[in-house]
Ligand binder design. Structure first.
Ligand code: AQP
Length: 342
């Protein structure tokens, strides 16, 4: 890229609902590391989103720090990339409230995650117990994105709807208050998305808040735990190693290897011709140990270095707030709020 070219702003985040998994790493963070030179990157820990589900205060604090430390351990460079904790930048909630006043109950009711929740909780009385935060969180997500005049948001297929609603709201406000109020963001779909599935139920995504610890490999799992979990991974009947959708467990292990090695799955299928599931499992476990062990050790080192961590948090919050204030100031002016003189 030409040095004079203005880099596009790219933003994404991890929710500190638990220790990040290899799904978060292979599906997101590993790609973010490669994007740092080409984009003006912003990666943060979204603790305000985490509280849409119940969290223990001390655990939330620890996991938020873990997310930030693991970004650095995975190779996100704080000198190139803005990293911070969402709640350290109050402008996120401030803008979210403003966006709430320009959005309708109807468009929020159509968001898949809310609809799923309603489905699960029942249509009638129980619906009244669903938190308003679960209903409104897409507006906090829209605020996260619009606050930094973001151009691109890397997302999987299941998150496209969040970018759509963000675009709608940005265009709505731009039509009222001027085209330069918000940059209208675009979804950046990965060419080959590494979607890592649960090791125990390969028809669902590996999730850090999965109740079954054997379904996930977390970035703080020991080498022995990683090996044990991969060995116990659900494979399928038969013995052919193929990425056919009828064998989701085998396909998932191939997908993990493919994401680690940056190698197409078809090449792996060829290499495994005539080999047994046992071999596939032990190779996958070994590759995971090789890639996760250094990240785990580096993360622990960073977490022990409180001077470094405090400076990282402070620096990130200051830089993020400086950028966020610019957007908020413009929004206040256009909406008609009286300027605050300090
Ligand atoms: N299994 C996965 N495979 C590929 N990518 C994944 N991501 C998450 N799980 C997988 C990607 O990681 C980034 C951060 O995700 P998040 O923490 O903001 O939320 P999530 O997608 O809801 O992840 P979890 O682990 O499932 O969280 P919980 O259990 O709290 O809901 C995103 O880019 C996501 O696509």
């Amino acid at each position: 890229m030409n040095e004079n070219t203005v880099k596009q702003t790219l933003l994404s985040a991890v929710k500190p609902t638990n220790i990040p998994t290899i799904g978060n790493y292979l599906g997101a963070i590993k790609n973010w590391v490669k994007m740092q030179n080409d984009y003006d990157c912003i990666f943060f820990a979204v603790d305000l989103h985490a509280i849409t589900a119940k969290q223990e205060p001390q655990k939330l604090r620890e996991r938020t720090l873990y997310v930030l430390a693991s970004y650095v351990a995975c190779g996100i460079d704080p000198n190139k990339t803005l990293i911070f904790v969402q709640s350290h930048v109050p402008e996120h909630t401030e803008l979210a409230w403003i966006l709430t006043c320009y959005s309708s109950m109807g468009e929020l009711s159509r968001m898949t995650q809310y609809k799923d929740k309603v489905q699960k909780e029942g249509q009638n009385k129980e619906k009244e117990n669903i938190q308003a935060g679960m209903f409104c969180y897409p507006l906090l997500m829209a605020a996260d994105i619009l606050l930094y005049q973001t151009n691109l948001v890397p997302v999987g297929e299941d998150q496209k709807q969040h970018i759509e609603i963000t675009r709608d709201i940005a265009e709505r406000l731009n039509n009222i208050y001027g085209k330069d109020l918000f940059t209208v963001p675009r979804a950046l779909m990965p060419k080959v998305g590494a979607r890592i599935m649960s090791l125990q139920n390969p028809s669902v995504k590996m999730s850090k808040s999965d109740d079954d610890p054997n379904g996930t490999v977390s970035l703080n799992d020991s080498n022995d735990e990683i090996i044990r979990k991969v060995k116990r991974a659900v494979t399928d009947s038969g013995n052919e190693i193929t990425d056919d959708p009828s064998k989701p467990g085998v396909k998932n292990l191939l997908q993990i290897q493919s994401a680690i090695l940056s190698k197409p799955i078809y090449a792996l299928v060829q290499e495994y011709a005539g080999k047994q599931y046992g071999q596939l499992k032990s190779d996958t476990a070994e590759l995971l140990v090789q890639s996760i062990e250094p990240i785990r050790e580096k993360t622990n080192e960073i977490l022990k270095n409180t001077t470094y961590l405090t400076a990282l948090l402070k620096d990130g919050a200051e830089k993020a707030r400086n950028r966020a204030r610019k957007t908020i100031k413009r929004v206040h002016e256009r909406i008609g709020f009286i300027a605050f003189s300090e």
